[in-house]
Design a protein around this ligand. Structure first.
Ligand SMILES: NC(=O)c1ccc[n+]([C@@H]2O[C@H](COP(=O)([O-])OP(=O)(O)OC[C@H]3O[C@@H](n4cnc5c(N)ncnc54)[C@H](OP(=O)(O)O)[C@@H]3O)[C@@H](O)[C@H]2O)c1
Length: 239
């Protein structure tokens, strides 16, 4: 069984991941600002540890302690869907949290690489593999980059992982999971592909439970991890 650190654990996807990891017998450490959204089953679980803090307020030393006790780290952070969440500070929530966690992993100098799984979005391009989109999608994505800070945040977070850790690193192995539009539905069959095949306004929804299920599999299944590490899989519910 593994030890997993989850940030963004109070969110809709984060809560599903925590639940699924516990069901599989893993130990889970959460960093949350508030426990109000967490169920009693999670709060009282004997394999749960909670650090109550805002992720960007955790100092370097504490962060190194937190990551060095983990086999894998999952970030399901996202800007709250309110005016303040979308346009207020911190504008670089996902990027800064990713940087702080990854720099802490680097400093911890673990004997074997720690898995870092980032929840990204299908709207974020993987520049490393020269992903192309239609002219229309590129115009929309450019507008989103200028006018929607959370989109730019997701883009910079992925660029950081690619430019800092590329295709191999002795301390970190990363994977950025890119769901299409998220829905709250049951676990169902889903597809994992290397690059988007849908267009921005004709996407295929992904249930948060499926995203959680795929991330949970990435943590526990080393063959699956070997297929997707240092990559940006797109996840979609099967038709
Ligand atoms: N919505 C979509 O259709 C869609 C599609 C693809 C990808 N995504 C991406 O998926 C990710 C997660 O989605 P979700 O629906 O699971 O998100 P969510 O339910 O809104 O959860 C967001 C999480 O981030 C935390 N958070 C927000 N602002 C914070 C701050 N300033 N400091 C510390 N923590 C903060 C929240 O904590 P609190 O509970 O304390 O607020 C919560 O745990 C997002 O990055 C989003 O970009 C979304």
């Amino acid at each position: 069984m593994k030890k997993i650190l989850v940030v963004g654990a109070s969110g809709k996807t984060g809560r599903n991941i925590v639940k699924q990891l516990l069901e599989l017998g893993h130990s889970v450490h959460l960093i949350v600002r508030t426990t109000n959204n967490l169920s009693k089953d999670i709060l009282k679980h004997q394999k749960i540890n909670i650090t109550k803090a805002s992720i960007l307020d955790i100092n370097e030393e504490e962060m190194v302690n937190l990551v060095s006790d983990s086999d894998a780290i999952v970030s399901c952070l996202g800007h709250n869907l309110s005016f303040k969440g979308i346009f207020g500070e911190p504008k670089r929530l996902c990027t800064d949290a990713t940087k702080n966690l990854c720099e802490a992993i680097r400093s911890s100098k673990a004997n074997s690489p720690i898995k870092f799984i980032l929840m990204s979005s299908v709207g974020v391009k993987n520049k490393k593999i020269g992903e192309q989109r239609s002219i229309f999608d590129n115009i929309i994505l450019t507008l989103l980059r200028w006018f929607l800070p959370p989109h730019k945040d997701n883009e910079i977070a992925l660029d950081y992982l690619i430019s800092s850790f590329g295709n191999s690193n002795k301390h970190i192995e990363w994977c950025a999971v890119r769901p299409d539009s998220l829905i709250d539905d049951k676990i169902s069959k889903f597809e994992i592909i290397e690059s988007p095949i849908t267009t921005i306004f004709k996407g295929r929804p992904t249930s948060r439970k499926n995203v959680a299920n795929f991330m949970t599999q990435l943590i526990g299944d080393n063959t699956l991890w070997s297929m997707w590490k240092f990559k940006t899989p797109v996840i979609m519910n099967e038709k």
